[in-house]
Design a protein around this ligand. Sequence first.
Ligand code: HEM
Length: 453
Amino acid sequence: MGPQPQDTLMELGKRYGNVLSFRMGSQLAIVLNDYEAIKAAFSEQADVFAGRGGGFVSRYIRSGSTGKTHGVGAPQGNTWKEGRKFMLQTFRDLGMGKSHLQESIIAEANCIADSFINFNGQPFDPSPFLFSGAGNVIGSLCFGKRFEYEDPSFRRILAGLGQANVFKAHVQPLQSYPWLRFLPGRYRKLWHTVKDTSQYLLLFLRNIIEEHRKNYQETKTRDYIDAFFHRQREAGTTSTEVFQDEELLQNLRGFFTAGTDTTAITMRWVLLFMLHHPKIQDCVHNELDQKIEVGRRIVLEDRAKLPYLEAVIREVQRLANIIPLGLPRTNSTETILLGYRIPANSIVFPNFKSVNEDATLWNDPQTFDPTRFLDRNGKVHEPIHFMPFSIGKRACVGESLARMELFLLFANLMHRLVFKAPPDEVLPATNERITFLASGPKPFSICVFPRSY
Ligand code: HEM
């Protein structure tokens, strides 16, 4: 497939149609190569295609001490279904998609901006600050705590997430042939990295859970962990499958990993696009100057006033394609999809990149043009085939949080700062990417200046 499988599959799709298949070890893989195919599977046969794919390594990461998989990342079943419902309700109660959470996101935006300003216009890599900010937002929701960006254990966890992202890209043979881990060489080394990073993250989360248990108060809901403890007490026992301790641990792992690098990588793309398109950066600044008072922080209620800024975020998501082949799904039963027979338990990849670059859906798809997300009244308009968070029963559970974060981070950073490319460095192109699980731009440096009004 090469280093950019989504591109290879997109090309193959032009020759062989919108539903492709190939073998991955002993499993049949299906690629949904356009909007019609993704909709037909994830939306029209939502229950059939609601499984989560993944082989030996994914099972290891999601398993508890008994070897059973737990948490929202589990392949299917009641614990996934109920756990997902509980998470959505709890995040909503804690403020996801509402103004309650915004204080912690704005605080992170300011912390990132202050860290950027400390470089006094000299080039630096913005990535670690974006990862720390995104990690702290999901951390404050899940365990009511933020970490200083220099905190050594937090840095190690974030470095582990980066590593996990890299190994997941190379791990496919181990997923299908677990015995490879016993052979000296590449796969044994990879397996040790998987185990070490996974164990370290679980230890970090277990300590946080234990700390919470000591300070737990029935009348307070500080975060997701407290809400989970309440449900365990209500049930009168921890034996209810959905509210077992292992579920709590694996859910925290899932939220923290799924919620940190996706948001941080999207923000890296946002900054890279701003460096490549200074005129578009000017347009965002102009809109902010017209609609928001100087020095005022930007809150969620300002969204409707800033349609151009909102459109920029969407256009970056369209071209950045940060999860180009989605997270693999499976189908629980044999089915017919657009005339093709799909055997049960196939592994199913939606090719979001081919939808986002489909010339029948987007005018001049390779051009970075935020105005495609504005209607003729200048309001934000999202076509139905724009689906950065996927669709169907396993669509991203963090969508509202992620949308809120991207808006508040980008708007507050842009209101305070100007971003420029370092004069002596060549920027990576916006169509160059490193594809791991979440696909980021190549490393780049940035120069940041406070805005002068
Ligand atoms: C820009 C940011 C984000 C993007 C682009 C994104 C995208 C996605 C995508 C494409 C999927 C796969 C859905 C499918 O299989 O159909 C997914 C799943 C998931 N996302 Fe996100 N996500 C983002 C942020 C977050 C955040 C902040 C959280 C925090 C809770 C989160 C939690 C999850 C979880 C738990 C799943 C698995 C859901 C399941 O299997 O039921 N994501 N995300």
